[in-house]
Design a protein around this ligand. Structure first.
Ligand SMILES: Cc1ncc(COP(=O)(O)O)c(C=O)c1O
Length: 413
């Protein structure tokens, strides 16, 4: 294979049909941002929208804005926009709470929807919050319940007549390895179990087809590929066919059929809204919705193609330019099995990532040894990939990561 050159990358940029999106985002000069899988970049329109929601809707119109600015319907409005990105229908998604809380709400509801079944299945190495929430739920349910943590190969056989719900993350946070959503969902259904997907690393990163896969339930983050801002509201999906069967475990007033009737008795709202709990974060939803207005205009098939190409090129460049420096590939080489990230392993991964960040290439580190590079085709160029790999090669050949300042672990890695 002939070696890649910088011109290959500028040629790809010249033909890039998504190039115009880059101007929609605000990124500091000199930064190559490869961490949109953790915190998406700031859409330029969000600044103006936040100014408006704070100064006018809150500052001037005060509490009237619940009606005049329709704040009250923001969770469903944002939800409908997310629905269009994940293969769901309007009325099947709401934006609310955090992914962790939504996971608890839906996993707990799923167990109640499958009475007489005592098993929840997930996989080891799933994102910690998924494991912790399920461990907490199991303890809460009592000694009759089991949390089976089965490796990928063993999951199909672990799903049985006692399984209430299978909870998996579609794209793995460390490796980017993707599950076959339709196949695992089918297996869960064969045994009469429900399937709950965590789409945190999928929504806005690649085409997702929840209804095409017959999925029952899903949750996901608003602050990663959806660019909703730090701590943005998360989302949850309940397939239409299950909505009236859901008994919300957090039966708050915002999920009531008539919150402003102030009755003493809880009556769940019809449809997806019963999955809301308390007063929504309007500022968070305003930022999320603004970004979603931009995301819904993106051709997801084109985005996926560019993301796969970027990942493939990055792997090739790292192997060409950093061979012999001890990197391993933690992500699938086959881009059809990979989400929108490439993860490398290295025993000195933390210090190497800090040295990269100091040179403007921002990725992140996941213990014990993973360097994660996220590819967000809307605000990255192909030339960014070339530059990032070259800077990584400089960091390695110069041993720059050995500097004292890169050894000390910060609270967030
Ligand atoms: C797969 C997955 N689920 C959930 C979360 C986070 O959940 P929360 O927003 O509740 O902190 C993350 C965050 O990185 C994640 O990668």
């Amino acid at each position: 294979m002939t070696k890649l050159t910088r011109t290959d990358f500028s040629d790809l940029d010249a033909k890039d049909t998504l190039a115009q999106w880059r101007g929609e985002f605000s990124l500091p000069p000199g930064v190559i941002y490869l961490d949109g899988n953790s915190l998406g970049a700031l859409p330029k329109v969000t600044l103006a929208r936040m100014q408006d929601v704070i100064a006018r809707e809150w500052g001037e119109d005060l509490i009237k804005s619940w009606n005049t600015a329709d704040w009250i319907n923001a969770p469903s409005r944002a939800g409908d926009k997310i629905a269009s990105l994940i293969g769901a229908n309007p009325g099947e998604v709401v934006a609310a709470d955090s992914t962790s809380v939504n996971l608890f709400k839906l996993a707990a509801a799923a167990v109640v929807m499958r009475p007489g079944r005592h098993k929840i299945i997930t996989e080891p190495g799933n994102f910690p919050t998924d494991l912790y929430v399920l461990q907490g739920l199991k303890d809460y349910l009592g000694p009759d319940y089991i949390l089976e943590v089965a490796t990928r190969e063993k999951i199909p056989a672990a799903i049985d007549k006692d399984t209430a719900v299978v909870v998996l993350t579609h794209v793995h946070y460390k490796t980017g390895l993707m599950f076959d959503m339709a196949a695992i969902t089918r297996r869960a259904h064969e045994a009469g179990a429900l399937m709950l997907w965590d789409l945190s690393h999928s929504a806005g990163a690649l085409p997702v087809d929840l209804n095409g896969s017959d999925a029952d339930l899903a949750v996901g983050c608003g602050y990663k590929y959806l660019n909703g801002g730090p701590g943005a509201p998360a989302f949850l999906f309940v397939a239409k066919r299950h909505q009236e069967a859901i008994k919300p475990p957090l039966s708050g007033w915002m999920g009531h059929a008539a919150p402003f009737a102030f009755s003493d008795e809880y009556t769940p709202a019809p449809g997806i809204r019963r999955n809301l709990c308390g007063t929504p974060s309007i500022l968070g939803l305003a930022a999320l919705e603004t970004s979603l207005d931009l995301m819904v205009r993106v051709d997801m098939a084109e985005l996926r193609k560019k993301s796969q190409k970027m990942g493939d090129l990055f792997i090739r460049l790292v192997e060409e330019k950093c061979g012999g420096h001890g990197f391993g590939l933690a992500s699938p080489r086959d881009c059809a099995l990979r989400g929108s990230q490439v993860s490398l392993t290295h025993p000195e991964g933390y210090a190497i990532m800090q040295a990269l960040i100091a040179r403007g290439v921002i990725g992140d580190f996941r213990a014990p040894d993973i360097l994660r590079f996220g590819f967000t085709p809307l605000y990255l160029s192909y030339s960014n990939i070339w530059d990032a790999a070259l800077i990584l090669a400089e960091v390695m050949t110069g041993g720059l990561w050995r500097a004292e300042e890169f050894q000390k672990r910060a609270a967030v890695t």
